[in-house]
Design a protein around this ligand. Structure first.
Ligand SMILES: Cc1ncc(COP(=O)(O)O)c(C=O)c1O
Length: 465
């Protein structure tokens, strides 16, 4: 059929429909203010989006993110094939709901939860949503305890260290809870029980312990905090603990199975973990896991039947794709306990290799100790160098597009500007070695520059020479 025939379907490019395809999208700025009046062909739309993505960083060189940047083709098939399934439509997609429950129970078991629970937790968009739901449960349980005791529930507070992720400040502001944020003591990077003791009172809805902090990958002294809370309970003050294991939840059960940070400790009532971090799924999936089914108060569960069947939900969001729940289940099946252990071992080995190589460069101080830590590396430039960590990460970006964050530690330690490198599964030894070579060359270059010499341009490492 030709375009000349009266009723022939015509491929429509845009309002000037005869315009050549290439001119429709290569010669005009991308629409940015108002919805375009006419559409373009699928290929043109695709190219407009994908060509702009070339200007973003390459996720494989993003050593800043905790989030998964590699999944196998079969996992991507699961994601692609189920993107159109709305997770919340439990009546229509009962198997997805069932699979989600299986994941919750597997994680609950991994975190040593007590047996006999049916649905101790829920899938979330990420750890942030899981944190909000876990903290809301603690708030409502505290309210009930106060009501039962005939006391006021007007002034709840939450106790945590300044080593937490910003999501905890968000929770307090959004849900009207006084944040009792304790500074990280000078010279330290995590919290111990005595840092918190003076802040806890009868209005404390809970204490937050971090297992794998965003800043350094280390852990608060969870065992010590639990012992203090148990002691307070013995004196009549019941204060539960929530564990933020956004990153650590899928690392420490495999790297340090004897490290007690989870439901083995009596005061731990809930735990969040990001499936999209070391759970090895693309963003966004997170999990809230509770010690028992009863930890979530009935008042926070909403029932509706407008999707065809009476359904209970405990979420902040409503709609969202099923893909990432299913992808989590895929990873659990694909890797199993041994597979996750092997992934964690390989990340740890490569992290040690990077540490060893950087330690040999006298411009860099590597932070290391024997305590459980995520597979990430914290380092800083020595004070007597003519450049700082910011200059160094800038040079690494210029050479090969590495994205390494340099940032300040929380208040009281803010003079320490550190660099953090996540050594994820896809950061292979070859890539670790290339990064370390680039460190070496960057240091040499910056030293020359700092000494006022005309530095030699970078040798042939990146593209385009
Ligand atoms: C310790 C900690 N808690 C919470 C979060 C928030 O997690 P998400 O990005 O899954 O919402 C992060 C993110 O990096 C984190 O490191």
């Amino acid at each position: 059929m030709s375009d000349a025939e009266p009723d022939a379907p015509r491929q429509r490019f845009n309002s000037e429909s005869e315009e050549l395809l290439v001119e429709t999208f290569f010669t005009k700025p991308a629409p940015s203010q108002v919805l375009p009046t006419e559409g373009v062909t699928p290929r043109a739309a695709y190219n407009m989006v994908s060509s702009e993505m070339m200007l973003d960083g390459d996720p494989d060189k993003n050593l800043a993110t905790f989030v998964t940047t590699f999944m196998e083709p079969e996992a991507r098939m699961v994601i692609a094939e189920n993107l159109h399934r709305n997770y919340i439509d439990h009546a229509e997609y009962p198997r997805t709901a069932k699979i989600s429950k299986r994941c919750v129970r597997m994680i609950h078991d991994l975190f040593n939860g007590p047996e006999g629970q049916d649905s101790p937790g829920t899938a979330c968009a990420g750890s942030s949503e899981a944190v909000m739901l876990g903290a809301l449960s603690m708030k409502w349980n505290w309210k009930k305890r106060r009501k039962d005791a005939g006391k006021s529930d007007a002034t709840p507070n939450l106790v945590y260290g300044a080593d937490v992720h910003v999501v905890w400040d968000k929770f307090c502001r959004y849900f009207d809870v006084e944040p009792r944020e304790v500074p990280v003591p000078k010279g330290k990077t995590t919290m111990v029980a005595e840092d918190f003791r003076g802040q806890i009172d009868e209005n404390t809805i809970g204490v937050v312990g971090v297992v794998g902090t965003t800043f350094t990958g280390q852990c608060d002294d969870i065992v010590g905090i639990d012992a203090m809370l148990t002691e307070l309970k013995g004196k009549g003050l019941e204060v539960p603990m929530h564990i933020d294991a956004a990153s650590g939840g899928f690392v420490f059960p495999f790297s340090h199975p004897d490290f007690e940070w989870d439901f083995r400790l009596d005061s731990v009532v809930s735990i969040n973990a990001s499936g999209h971090k070391f759970g090895l799924v693309y963003p966004g999936i997170g999990w809230l896991v509770t010690r028992t089914d009863e930890q979530v108060p009935e008042e926070l569960i909403f029932y509706e039947d407008y999707l065809g069947e009476k359904d209970a939900t405990f979420t902040l969001n409503f709609s969202g794709s099923s893909s990432f729940v299913l992808a989590q289940y895929y990873q659990f099946l694909r890797l199993g306990h041994n597979g996750y252990s092997s992934v964690v071992r390989s990340m740890t080995k490569n992290r040690h290799a990077l540490a060893d190589q950087l330690r040999e460069m006298d411009a860099i101080e590597v932070f290391d100790d024997d305590r459980p830590c995520l597979p990430l590396l914290i380092a800083k430039t020595r004070d007597d160098e003519p450049f700082d960590s910011n200059d160094l990460v800038g040079e690494l970006a210029r050479r090969r597009g590495w994205m390494v964050p340099a940032y300040q530690l929380p208040p009281d330690n803010e003079n320490d500007r550190i660099m953090r490198m996540l050594v994820k599964f896809n950061q292979t030894r070859e890539l670790v070695d290339a990064l370390s070579d680039d460190f070496e060359a960057s240091i040499k270059y910056l030293r020359h520059k700092g000494a006022g010499k005309h530095p030699e341009p970078p040798t042939h490492t990146g593209h385009g020479y």
